[in-house]
Design a protein around this ligand. Structure first.
Ligand code: F6R
Length: 612
């Protein structure tokens, strides 16, 4: 978490940094700060959001063609002005911004305190900038070399940018386990946690690898070396991202825009991969690994949060369509519980950001045991996308709202394609059903479009239930992960306590919570367990719970017993997730808006969870 941005060139740095920080704010918004070199090296920073920093800098000298900026998600030290980045070195000649955690900061700090260093903040970051200066002075080396030596002495994760008053024509950036992208312009460079602050200035980017240090200067010189002093030839990628994709485009919030983008993003996840007429599913990114999949004795799916929910849908799909046993694991649990992993296992790692620290660590573990790792990531060039053996991008486009919406449906779409392709190759699906599912999948974007037309009805329901203190979400089979996802969406953006349960599990405990105050969202679309879910609704109603049911268009049974029904288009049960999750996203969105919550930046959260 934390977003970092830096600029060196001929333009004024401040507006570039501020625009960049706004785009990176999804990564954390506990505090924000910038450092600029003009006649002096100045640092402006404060607790709060980037907009608070903008107010703070009114009437201050913001000139300078070199600068760095940071938006923080607090780890070490509470969110306050002092702990905000950038951090100064002891002499105040150096400043540094950091995303990650310096794990051995405590012994380093102790050692330096003994040598007379005085620290202002509680952060691990301040220790690193002091260490760099300490090395510079003790070993009499230049700044890039001091940074290199310092990084050899730290344990942990970092993406950093260093700026020096004495070297006003130089920016130094380095990374390990936290992302960093370098934008290469005409005699100007940009550095950022992702490409969004860069895209409008240049399409040429270099993704720094772990333990690489980039030194750039005003004359357009770029040098990359590792912390072990090996020279690296930079590989320049061309960015595919479009500027419109990272702007709100007339919507009040990114989350709403992203919910509305789903007909397109689901289509984009399939584009070029599905040929309904020919009955072909072709996932180019995993072509070479198809045989591994086809002969796998087991698939393990790892992810966190919403990506884990998509993984659960993947489990049902692979078991149903390809008849391969699947285990779905929280990456954070998997990595620490000594799991049994075989070389024949195929591990699917799902991550929107491609930077989630727990998922990355789980991948490394599975890799070390010889398993084949397949990524399902959204962010192109992200760490997970690069560390996996192969993978399929979800192509949902940038997701900026902290609550994941279009990334979920894109992940489920890609997993559906994988399960279909593998099931077909393994001969586990009848030709007829295979073709039916392909053409049904093709119709999903249009059906999601129809769900979005229910916007006003869902907004009305939100107005009825916005003051509830608890919510229960129930689903069964393919819609159980939808219940989990619906509950997660609600709690993370509206701060209402919500639980997702398999509908039949309700009577093993949660039923005790039900009274006339309790809204229960039940996904009761047509499928094998429809009748059972109807009975579960009866059980809720018998205890006076308020039922909001998501049903298939034309349903007459649930309509008679539920308090409210949301009718969604009919589809095959295996694809129901893609449709039934959409009204739940909208319900959470409107409840949060009506409660006055910050929908795109919910408290305590960040979009890219790069710490354990
Ligand atoms: C919820 C949400 C999170 C993420 C989780 C994993 O709306 O966004 O639960 O799904 O932090 O993130 P990625 O997918 O980037 O690995």
């Amino acid at each position: 978490m934390c977003g970092i941005v830096a600029y060196i060139g001929k333009k004024e740095a401040y507006p570039i940094l501020m625009k960049g920080l706004h785009r990176l704010e999804y990564r954390g918004y506990d505090s924000a700060g910038v450092a600029l070199i003009n006649s002096d090296l100045v640092v402006y920073k404060c607790k709060g959001k980037v907009s608070d920093l903008e107010k703070f800098t009114v009437n201050k000298n913001k000139t300078g063609t070199i600068g760095i900026g940071h938006t923080r998600w607090a780890t070490h030290g509470e969110p306050n002005d002092v702990n905000a980045h950038p951090h100064y070195s002891g002499s105040k000649n150096l400043v540094l911004i950091h995303n990650g955690i310096i794990e051995n900061y405590a012994p380093l700090k102790e050692e330096m305190i003994k040598r007379g260093h005085v620290f202002e903040s509680d952060t691990d970051t301040e220790v690193l900038v002091h260490l760099i200066e300490d090395i510079q002075q003790r070993e009499n080396v230049d700044l890039p070399e001091a940074v290199r030596i310092a990084l050899n002495n730290v344990i942990g994760a970092y993406a950093i940018v260093v700026l020096s008053k004495n070297d006003p024509d130089l920016l130094i950036a380095a990374k390990k386990s936290s992302p960093l992208v370098l934008g290469v312009g005409e005699e100007e460079f940009f550095v950022a946690s992702d490409a969004t602050p860069i895209v409008e200035y240049t399409k040429n980017v270099v993704y720094l690898e772990d333990e690489e240090i980039a030194v750039v200067n005003r004359k357009g010189k770029l040098q990359i070396k590792t912390i072990r002093n090996q020279e690296i030839t930079p590989y320049i990628h061309e960015l595919q991202m479009q500027l419109e994709a990272i702007e709100k485009g007339g919507f009040d919030h990114f989350m709403l825009k992203e919910i509305y983008e789903q007909p397109r993003s689901i289509r984009d996840s399939m584009r070029g991969r599905v040929h309904v007429d020919k009955g072909v599913v072709e996932l180019g990114g995993i072509r070479e690994y198809m045989q591994k999949f086809v002969s796998a004795n087991r698939i393990i799916i790892i992810g966190c949060g919403t990506s884990w929910h998509a993984g659960m849908v993947g489990e049902y799909l692979f078991e149903d369509l390809a008849r391969i046993p699947v285990e779905v694991e929280y990456a954070s649990e998997f990595r620490y519980r000594n799991p049994v992993i075989y070389e024949s296992d195929v591990v699917i790692a799902i991550s929107q950001s491609g930077e989630t620290a727990d998922t990355l660590a789980a991948i490394e573990l599975a890799k070390s045991k010889g398993a084949t790792i397949i990524g399902v990531c959204n962010v192109v060039g992200s760490s997970i996308a690069r560390t996996t053996h192969a993978g399929s991008y979800t192509h949902a486009g940038p997701e900026i709202g902290v609550a994941s919406t279009k990334a979920f449906t894109a992940q489920v779409t890609v997993l559906t394609l994988m399960a279909l392709a593998i099931g077909h190759k393994r001969g586990m699906i009848s030709e007829t059903h295979y073709h039916e599912l392909l053409s049904e999948l093709d119709s999903i974007p249009a059906k999601v479009e129809r769900v979005l037309k229910l916007n006003d009805q869902i907004k009305y329901l939100a107005s009825i239930f916005k003051d509830a203190r608890n919510f229960l979400y129930l689903g069964r089979s393919y819609t159980f992960p939808v219940a989990l996802e619906g509950a997660l969406k609600l709690k993370e953006i509206s701060y209402i306590h919500a639980e997702g349960y398999p509908a039949a599990e309700m009577k093993h405990g949660p039923i005790a919570l039900i009274d006339e105050e309790m809204p229960v969202v039940v996904i009761a679309t047509k499928g094998a367990s429809y009748e059972k879910v109807v009975s579960n609704i009866q059980e809720v109603k018998a205890r006076k719970g308020k039922v909001i049911a998501v049903v298939t268009e034309g349903d007459t049974i649930v309509r008679k017993i539920a308090d409210h029904v949301i009718e969604v288009p009919e589809t095959d049960e295996k694809l129901a997730t893609l449709i039934s999750v959409v009204p739940l996203q909208l319900l959470s969105y409107y409840i949060a808006v009506m409660r006055g919550c910050n929908v795109d930046q919910p408290r305590n959260l960040a979009k890219s969870v790069t710490v354990e």
